[in-house]
Design a protein around this ligand. Structure first.
Ligand code: FES
Length: 760
């Protein structure tokens, strides 16, 4: 029967096992243990590894650009591999069934799938393992599509060789994988919602309506947030005061909601499920416990001081100030109004597009035109961004009312000067290829929303990240848009970035449902990838406590000496502590030293050939989030780059132990690339600052050893920077090509016994 594709690109009907496939056991198949066919090794603990490898054709996405059969045959020759096969689509229903069946039939206690990317398909394959009785942490991925077949589409032989290397690295790592148990945490069934603007009020009501206690904390004396200073709301033209009143009545009528106004969040400690909160309201402090937290602190309008005469020329105001004038009916009369969009955004003061200010400008221009029908109103813009059908209608309506839109060149922004007792705006009107001078009584600047100081302080208190734009930074823009990497804390509204009221409401509902889900279950399992300390090896230096971005490490006294203690519920598994531990007392589960070193050693078994055949060998470390996603995007975008690079994924770039870099060089890499999220975008708050510090220290050390430090490169890559990733690879390959094969003489240091023992 035709296989049904569970997920992934390019699904096609048909069996997931190609007719030409060499299904079944490998030539070197070892006898299955006694329990084969009856019970399955559920842990892999203490047993000889029995690895199954499943190489995916992904239709033609992989098989069209490299030799899948050759890769599969090669996999059969690898140590500990007892079974290898290939599938048309391993993620299809029959591909998943094949994995589950093979686990039982061949007594597999570890599984490697060589296919697309763990970012989309790891959960699916992990589930298959679990359904067959295998701990999900005994599953390993080899990314031979996004990071191989799709980026070397014209290099069949090199792509095939690289795929074999990637499978070998994954098998080496898989041999050392350990079963892990996730931590079960009791959840206190109450939520803290911080901020009572439209997003906070919506989230609070959505949580409370589902029967959970909510503590809603607002720093102002009244609820409503930014709505309180708006004259009207688009696209419905509603009076914001009426909206606030309706919401307030619902808040006050809901017995599950405790509202604190004029209140500040004084302290919060604990972890997912068990946060201890202290709120200061008036002259009293109140403490309570919650299980989840929703951040809805909003944003504020940037004051564009010094731009277009703002703060210097009377009559130059922001949209926010105009809203208040309209709301309080303070505008005597105007003949000429000029609205300037993107005042401070899109590269002028901040890099981002404010998304909503075009629409706000149109809404307020219409409001002015309705009050002063004879007024000349011009909107000077750098593209009009009115997304959504209703907004588009407002744009059309504005044009039909005689409001004029003129596009300026962002390289030559408009200028505002005093002209007697009025204002004068001059601009280069690109469409007409001429200068335009507009008289104005009022110049209105559409300036962007920015993060508040209170928001930044809160980010520190909660230990959640803000991005480069200083807005709260979600765990994943598409997959986890209202979560933080820190479990149990969620975000909504403009605290996360500019958005309008309908979007804030929609996001608040999403955040509320994420906050409610774990409270419904009363317990949750958290990720087992956390750091662990071996107290017997710990020398109590406290470095781990210093670098931990989450405050998960505490120094405790034991037998008269300090030792490190890690709170697993607070630890997020970035590994910054483990990478800096001088005695290797700390390791990060699922990314242990020996597992990573096994992959490093497997990457390039032989030194590169000197002479004309020299083909540099480059090892790259990425973080699990931005830079790995950037490398995947290069594949999705089919950006081609040299096939010299092999990638090792870690949770955070801060997990790149300096020893990994040295071991990579010692094990035949001619160059090493360290990569991670941009500074400010690290999913573990500020952990990648350690990456940067270690990179520069390593450069100095390599130079002192006599290794050209150019052989080590650092690249900050976002998930959207596929081309930048491709360029970073081209760059380091070019460097390695120029420098020639690495002379490893300076790296003949004695190998750690621990590494020797672990990495076979
Ligand atoms: Fe990407 Fe930390 S998660 S560098």
């Amino acid at each position: 029967m035709a296989g049904k594709k569970a997920a992934g690109e390019g699904a096609a009907a048909g069996s997931s096992t190609p007719e030409t496939s060499t299904t079944g056991s490998s030539d070197n198949e070892k006898p299955a243990p006694d329990n084969v066919g009856a019970t399955v090794a559920s842990t892999g603990n203490g047993e000889e590894p029995r690895i199954g490898v499943f190489v995916c054709h992904c239709g033609v996405n992989i098989a069209g650009f490299l030799d899948v059969e050759e890769v599969t045959e090669y996999a059969k020759t690898l140590p500990d591999v007892v079974f290898a096969t290939r599938n048309l689509y391993t993620c299809a229903e029959d591909g998943i069934t094949a994995i589950k069946d093979a686990i039982v039939e061949h007594g597999l206690n570890r599984v490697v799938v060589a296919s697309c990317t763990p970012r989309t398909h790891e959960p699916l394959f992990r589930d298959a393992c679990e359904e067959a009785g295998l701990n999900k942490y005994l599953f390993e991925f080899a990314n031979i599509r996004d990071q191989c077949s799709w980026v070397h589409m014209h290099e069949w032989d090199r792509a095939t060789a690289k795929a074999k290397d990637l499978v070998r690295m994954s098998v080496a790592r898989a041999s050392l994988l350990q079963p892990l148990d996730e931590i079960s945490i009791d959840i206190h069934p109450a939520s803290l919602v911080i901020g009572a603007g439209i997003a906070g009020m919506t989230a609070a009501l959505a949580i409370a309506d589902q029967g959970f206690e909510v503590h809603l904390v607002e720093k102002e004396a009244e609820v409503g947030g930014a709505l309180r200073s708006l004259a009207s709301l688009y696209p419905t033209d509603t009076d914001p005061a009426q909206v606030i009143t309706r919401y307030l009545e619902r808040l006050q009528a809901n017995p599950n909601i405790r509202l604190y106004t004029g209140a500040t969040l004084k302290a919060i400690s604990g972890y997912f499920g068990n946060f201890d909160v202290t709120v200061s309201a008036g002259d009293r402090d109140e403490t309570f416990k919650v299980g989840t937290v929703v951040v809805a602190t909003g944003s504020e309008e940037m004051k564009p001081d010094g731009l277009y005469g703002f703060g210097e020329l009377p009559g130059v105001v922001t949209q926010g100030q105009l809203e208040m004038m309209l709301k309080e009916d303070r505008l005597g009369g105007v003949d000429d109004v000029v609205v300037i969009s993107c005042a401070g955004s899109r590269g002028q003061r901040v890099s981002y597009c404010n998304r909503i200010c075009c629409m706000v400008g149109i809404k307020n221009a219409i409001a002015l035109k309705e009050r002063f029908p004879g007024a000349n109103i011009s909107i000077l813009h750098n593209d009009v961004e009115v997304y959504g059908v209703r907004q588009e209608e407002w744009y059309t309506r504005a044009r039909s009312m005689g409001i004029r839109f003129r596009k300026f060149n962002p390289e030559m922004r408009p200028e505002v000067v005093r002209d007697g007792d009025r204002l004068k705006v001059s601009m280069r009107f690109d469409l007409m290829q001429r200068e335009v001078v507009l008289p104005a009584d009022l110049v209105v600047l559409s300036s962007p929303q920015v993060q508040t100081q209170g928001g930044l302080d809160l980010a520190k208190m909660l230990r959640v990240p803000v991005g480069q734009d200083r807005f709260f930074f979600e765990a994943h823009v598409k997959l986890r848009p209202v979560d933080f990497a820190t479990d149990g804390i969620y975000v909504c509204g403009t605290a996360q970035g500019p958005k309008d009221v309908p979007e804030s409401i929609a996001q608040a509902h999403a955040a509320a449902s994420h906050a409610v889900n774990p409270m419904r279950k009363l317990t949750v399992s958290t990720e087992a990838i956390t750091s662990r300390v071996d107290p017997s090896s710990c020398i109590g230096c406290g470095f781990c406590a210093w670098v931990c971005p989450f405050g998960a490490v505490e120094m405790v006294a034991r037998d008269g000496a300090w030792v490190s203690s890690i709170n697993a519920a607070l630890c997020k598994g970035c590994g910054a502590c483990a990478a800096g531990c001088p005695t290797l007392a700390i390791t990060t589960q699922h990314f242990t030293e020996d597992q990573t070193l096994a992959a490093i050693k497997a990457a390039f078994p032989e030194p590169s050939e000197p002479g004309d055949d020299y083909y540099p060998q480059v090892l790259a470390f990425t973080c699990n989030w931005c830079s790995y996603a950037g490398a995947d995007l290069a594949g999705v975008s089919r950006f081609q780059y040299p096939a010299n690079v092999r990638i090792i994924r870690l949770m955070c770039s801060a997990r790149i132990d300096p020893l990994y870099v040295l071991e990579a060089f010692r094990h035949n890499a001619d160059a090493v690339l360290m990569s991670g999220c941009h500074i400010g975008d690290c999913h573990y708050i500020s952990a990648n600052l350690m990456t940067e510090a270690r990179f520069f220290a390593l450069k100095d050390y390599l130079a002192a050893l006599g290794v050209d430090p150019e052989r080590l490169q650092l690249a900050w890559i976002s998930a959207a920077e596929g081309e930048k990733w491709a360029e970073a690879v081209r760059n380091i390959v070019e460097i390695a090509q120029r420098l020639g094969p690495l002379d490893k003489t300076p790296l003949r240091y004695k190998e750690s016994e621990r590494f020797k023992a672990g990495a076979r």
